[in-house]
Design a protein around this ligand. Sequence first.
Ligand code: LLP
Length: 867
Amino acid sequence: MSPDAAATDWIVLKFGGTSVSRRTRWDTIGRLMRERQADEDARVLVVVSALSGVTNELQAITDHHADAAEVARRIDALVERHRAYCGELSIDADAVLGERLAALRALGQDPRRESGALAWQAEVLAQGELLSSTLGVAYLRTQGMDVDWLDARDWLQAQSLPNQSDWSRRLSVSCRYLGDAALRERFRGNGRLLITQGFIARADDGGTAILGRGGSDTSAAYFGALLQARRVEIWTDVPGMFSANPRVVPDARLLSRLDYEEAQEIATTGAKVLHPRCIHPCREARVPIWIRDTERPQMAGTVIDHRAATVPGVKAISSRRGIVLVSMETIGMWQQVGFLSDVFERFKQHGLSIDLIGSSEANVTVSLDPSDNLVNSNVLDALCADLAEVCRVKVIAPCSAITLVGRGMRSLLHKLTDVWSEFGRERVHLISQSSNDLNLTFVVDEALVDGMMPRLHDLLTHSGAMPVDITEVFGPSWKQIEPSGGSRREPWWRKQRARLLAAAQTDSPRYVYHLPTVRERARGLAEVGAVDRRFYALKANPHPAILRALADEGFGFECVSQAELEHLFSVLPTLDATRVLFTPSFAPRSEFADAIARDVWVTLDSVYPLQHWPELFANRQIALRIDPGYGLGHHEKVRTGGKEAKFGLPAEALPEFIAAARAAKARIVVLHAHVGSGIQDVSHWPQVYAQLVNLAEQIGTVSAIDVGGGIGVPYKPDGEDFDIPAFAAAMADIKAAWPQYALWIEPGRYLVAEAGVLLAKVTQVVDKLGQRRIGLDAGMNALMRPALYNAWHEIVNLSRLDDADGVPAEIVGPICESSDVLGKRRGLPDATAEGDVALIATAGAYGFVMANRYNLRALPVEEVLDV
Ligand code: LLP
């Protein structure tokens, strides 16, 4: 019989300290017990922690064991706290807790106190759970429930392990958890609704033992396994496990379904929701674990079981702080025999367990995780002194370990290019890939971590390495669950639906641009007071109406080709040339000559033009584009900095450029950098400014600093608007530090992306081998971004906007290429049919302008709405 079929009628629920410290929370516990009994015909065992803060207090009592007065004072405070809580629960403190509180007082007088005997400590620590469980039973009985109290020590038996110290044999025990039918039969005699204690067990000698950290979760798991429960529910104050720490990464997604191995890995590498120790017993007994949120009991949370479909991909990214690296260099010969055993022996002697290992012929670097080790400077000094006998040793600390967790890491490497390049900007001390193919860990300086986590999470979702579209695994984002209020504006096209549907009846596909939205974004940027001049990068969308609207808003323009310049001046013939930047890339000499003849600002990004066509630049003011050494942005293909990118002059080549400019009699008055596109981090532009100021000081003739474009927009409905007030504040700070330069920016996407949509008609709906495909009359010919950058655009059925989402489908176009997919796994309504109008949102930037006539399909039409 499989363990599943043997599942008994028990459901185990665990509640932590905050969940038992308020009367209303006990009402919730009572309700959940009754529901499980009534709706699922289950027997319910509730495992509770001590009231919040009580275990810490008890710990303090054991720490101060030698000080009788201090112990007595702390015990008095605890007695008082529990009596007061009885008041809140309207139960009689003497009748319910009299005996227990007397036992607590007696421990203060116990002869074993003075020496702090381990058995005495265990008994002291156990009092918190004994008290809270007793209170809970009494309270629920006053609410008419037939609940019984169970002593956990009668069922959980500590197990001795080899090499166990006396301390861990008493205060950090593991328990046997494989029960047989006879035990389960005996257990049924206890009643149908039970409350017991987490954290405590029976020691070998019959006394009390403590489970150590993560105690109550582990108790629940032990009971779940012993009873072959239907499931163990861990009730806590977050909705479940997330793809990253939601406090640091608001885009982190709830993980709805995990298998035991992945859950174990996520818990071990940093997530605090579930203690890693509690997974193993449930996994062995195949008991599902549910993580649920006491504040949001209706949410499904995380389910961990062995039936979770194994989906390859990164499920979570976590970080651990306080990591210490020990780097050891052989003194003797390379590949010296016995070197590893010599060094590891010394770690063993100091009781240190090693987490990660990296090695080369002459060096071994290992990490020590503070959660497994007592790592302090005394221990480290002693270790280093010993290691110095056999190698050259260096300690690198404080570090943090960033771990990507998920099935099949090795087969994902090609999707991690963006992640690798993100790490490429920082110093990585150690990389380690686990032998079970479930994790990949990078150790970096601790200070870097918080800033990196949101970016890495973003890169993982964008690259497809974290398959967030798989709804069985990935639930809502933290931002959706707990909106901060500052999330995304309502898109204009919802209000214009009728007009758009009418327009779509004529030529299709069709781009529609909403000028009021362009103006709104322009005015948002105008509020960034520290910026002196704004140029619109018209490559994003050169529609004449948009150029006119932005000129009216006071914008200048940035052009990349002679054709863009010609177009700009044909639309705006009276535009002042000083409002125009020309920033070409590998353009021919003739285009430079044309721009100079027009008297616009000309930017050089290598020394070639100065050396080969010096006469063009004689007695002219020029701008210089710098490559600050790194690229940023939503996809590798839009990053324009660093060695791999063709753009910009590296800072090292500045002296040569200055000399060539001098020789050509050109004067460098603007320094420019643009490292990529689709950046949300407001600190990026001030950083560029600071970097360029540094170089400007070496040049001496610079009066303006252009920090480029690249401002990101939210493509996903749960995305966040670019934080203009934060951007304004960051720019004001940096400008205040170096006010002598004019500050210029040149955004493209930000001004137009959300103002544009692509309307297309449904051509066919086809199911092939279980995959549903919705065909549109627009594909990668009309909008290249999904095929080229894996870009995600929201796609809705405008004709059936209010219908519920249906089976996930692939949205494809009419082009003869497999990459002709506009969206994967999109839940368009099931009734979607030929002739419906689909809307592809946020298509105003790099949409029509990159469209092409491949397969000789016509270009989409364009239309502008001005209200
Ligand atoms: N300045 C320079 C020198 C640029 O090269 C660009 C864009 C911008 C400003 C404007 O960047 P924005 O603010 O729009 O991010 N086709 C890609 C984007 C390519 C961007 C090229 N350069 C996409 O669809 O994502």
